[in-house]
Design a protein around this ligand. Structure first.
Ligand SMILES: *[C@@H]1O[C@H](CO)[C@@H](O)[C@H](O)[C@H]1NC(C)=O
Ligand SMILES: *[C@@H]1O[C@H](CO)[C@@H](O)[C@H](O)[C@H]1NC(C)=O
Ligand SMILES: *[C@@H]1O[C@H](CO)[C@@H](O)[C@H](O)[C@H]1NC(C)=O
Ligand SMILES: *[C@@H]1O[C@H](CO)[C@@H](O)[C@H](O)[C@H]1NC(C)=O
Ligand SMILES: *[C@@H]1O[C@H](CO)[C@@H](O)[C@H](O)[C@H]1NC(C)=O
Length: 354
């Protein structure tokens, strides 16, 4: 073979092998990418097995690695509603707690002369004419709602692309005035938002002076109900009532409603009764439980008490910041309860991308 031909051949071979190497690399990158998003599809029998493992265990059965591998397996099973399980659980909630009538204080369930017992302190307050005017006449939840999204604030929502899914719900619950500018991941609709009064105390000076920044913040939630635990701790009562008045003064379309401490107390007994241990329920658990009762279908987003995602990649504590609150709630015990309900087919717990 002439020398020039040999050189050409070598060049072609080199190009070919470079191309194939590049191709392999790209393939591998794509596979990795896909692995991050999709999980090995499990057979029906395997799914039944992993679900019953969750149901027959407690959180303490697993260490973190085992729990993560169980959750990854669950990602390989499509979630199916089980109406039997759903209705069984719902009737338990209705019997204990009756959220549709008692979640918030109303003129109907707390008329003048009614004594409100605080749920976190030994203290009570009589319903007077002035207080009565701050309650809606009847419960906003007396009619069942079809599809609800309960949006926790976990960092797992980052890059989830769940926004459109969330906004498709008939009713969207959110927690603690979260920023909504991550629309692609968290959606933009809100029908109810809770607030820990400490936010209003710390960030908005108890609404004693400049109230405009607070009003501008609340505008992001449209005509949502703002649900406050006014009668859990006495230090929250005045600021909660001031929040009610402020939204009224500024003719806001959103309205303040107050958690009924009787509901919270009964709900707390319900969860303790089935073995959940906590000092105080998180507001996520309060709202998810109420939604479960008043909605026909509940999907939970952004509930995730771990510092890494399912792949072990570190994620921020909230989707909007990495500030850790004081650890007063038993988030991972609560989380295991959601995982159980997911495995039963009673509600859907979204952990991956939408
Ligand atoms: C739903 O749950 C019930 C009670 O646990 C069970 O007997 C039934 O097989 C389940 N149905 C489906 C479709 O999985
Ligand atoms: C909930 O409370 C309302 C008002 O007291 C009552 O009419 C309704 O029957 C209760 N529901 C349940 C399931 O107990
Ligand atoms: C609340 O009402 C009860 C009886 O109706 C009365 O004895 C009590 O003094 C009242 N408490 C307050 C703080 O007004
Ligand atoms: C949302 O706003 C916060 C605070 O202004 C900012 O740090 C964050 O980057 C914004 N997020 C998006 C997705 O724009
Ligand atoms: C989200 O995606 C962006 C861009 O791909 C990436 O830089 C960022 O690290 C991701 N955040 C999380 C928490 O995964």
């Amino acid at each position: 073979m002439p020398r020039r031909c040999r050189l050409l051949l070598i060049l072609i071979l080199a190009l070919l092998s470079a191309f194939s190497f590049h191709h392999k690399l790209r393939q591998r990158a794509q596979d990795l990418h896909r692995m991050r998003k999709t999980y090995k599809k499990l057979s029906e029998a395997e799914c039944l097995q992993v679900k019953s493992l969750v149901l027959n265990s407690t959180r303490n059965t697993f260490d973190r690695t085992e729990l993560f591998s169980v959750m990854k397996e669950l990602q390989g099973c499509s979630w199916e509603e089980n109406l039997t399980e759903r209705e069984k659980r719902r009737s338990q909630f209705m019997a204990c707690c009756n959220a549709s009538h008692t979640l918030v204080l109303t003129q109907e369930n707390s008329p003048i002369g009614h004594i409100i017992q605080y749920d976190a302190e030994i203290r009570s307050r009589n319903v007077t004419e002035d207080l009565l005017h701050m309650f809606p006449k009847t419960s906003p939840f007396s009619k069942p709602i079809r599809r609800c999204a309960v949006v926790g604030n976990g960092g797992i929502l980052r890059n989830s692309s769940c926004g459109a899914d969330i906004d498709k719900a008939d009713f969207v619950f959110r927690l603690n005035f979260p920023p909504l500018n991550w629309t692609k991941d968290v959606g933009s609709k809100t029908h109810l938002v809770t607030a820990n009064p400490s936010i209003i105390i710390d960030r908005y000076g108890r609404l004693l002076s400049h109230r405009k920044p607070f009003i501008n913040m609340v505008k992001a939630y449209g005509s949502a109900l703002v649900l406050l635990p006014a009668f859990s701790y006495s230090m929250n009562t005045d600021v909660s009532m001031r929040t009610f008045v402020t939204l009224e003064d500024f003719d806001m379309s959103s309205k303040v409603v107050f958690f009924n401490p009787k509901y919270l107390q009964k709900l707390s007994s319900y969860w303790k009764g089935i073995g959940l241990r906590f000092f105080r329920m998180s507001s996520g658990l309060m709202v998810a439980s109420a939604a479960f009762e008043v909605c026909q279908k509940v999907t939970l987003y952004g509930f995730w008490p771990f510092p890494n995602d399912l792949e072990g990649i570190p994620i921020p504590h909230h989707y909007y910041d990495n500030v850790h609150p004081k650890p007063v709630h038993s988030m991972s015990d609560e989380f295991y309860q959601y995982l159980r309900m997911h495995s039963q087919g009673a509600l859907e717990l979204k952990l991956g991308q939408c």
